[in-house]
Design a protein around this ligand. Structure first.
Ligand code: HEC
Length: 179
């Protein structure tokens, strides 16, 4: 019975397929991307800062952008309102009510840049300039007491920021003798 249902599925799939193609022809989908198109898509920033773009910003500049583009969801000073708090929770991770924020939980600063550039503001992801993203990253770090108001964040300085929870993660790989 099951076999018959599966076979019907295969028949239906074949009927929907628009013509038979040889391996040489290929499906004929898509066009070759330009270098610019690939660069726009390839926005990964690694924890060690690899991939950080040119540009810079500090927390003062970030505060101005935050007031316009972020405050509605993350509230004043990033304390959280409609959505996640970005600040606080320091030292809470081992307690009964762990509060995981950028400040208390995230182990690497360049990842904060990656996340903000990629995903925020929630309704308009990837609309921020790189300078705005550096400034916002600086602001969130400064709100957490990790850097100062005038510390400039760029591709050189951001990877040097030591996040409080940098050593709070246990590496699952490579396996150690003890485990
Ligand atoms: C419309 C609401 C909204 C706006 C505006 C917004 N965010 Fe968010 N933000 C969210 C939501 C929702 C999440 C959680 C997303 C998830 O977990 O997938 C989030 C998560 C985050 C996080 C990760 C928090 C964590 O620890 O997991 C950061 C950092 C962040 N936002 C920064 C910003 C910045 C900077 C801006 C302004 C450019 C911004 N957000 C604007 C809704 C918003």
């Amino acid at each position: 019975m099951l076999g018959a249902v599966a076979a019907q599925g295969v028949v239906a799939l074949c009927m929907a397929w628009p013509g038979t193609l040889t391996a040489q022809e290929g499906p004929g989908l898509g066009v070759e991307l330009t270098v610019e198109q690939i660069a726009a898509w390839d926005i990964n920033v690694a924890p060690d800062g690899a991939g950080l773009p040119p540009g810079s910003g500090n927390a003062r500049q970030g505060a101005e952008v935050f007031a316009v583009k972020c405050i509605a969801c993350h509230s004043t000073d990033g304390e959280g309102g409609l959505n996640d708090p970005l600040v606080g929770g320091h030292g809470s991770l081992n307690g009964p009510e762990p509060l995981r924020t950028v400040g208390s939980y995230w182990p690497y600063a360049p990842t904060v840049f990656d996340y903000i550039r990629r995903a925020m503001p929630y309704a308009l992801p990837q609309s921020l300039t790189d300078d705005e993203t550096y400034a916002l990253t600086a602001y969130v770090l400064q709100l957490n007491g990790i850097i100062g108001e005038d510390d400039v964040m760029d591709a050189a300085s951001l990877p040097l920021v030591e996040m409080p929870n940098r050593d709070g993660f246990i590496l699952a790989w490579p396996p150690t003798e003890e485990r």
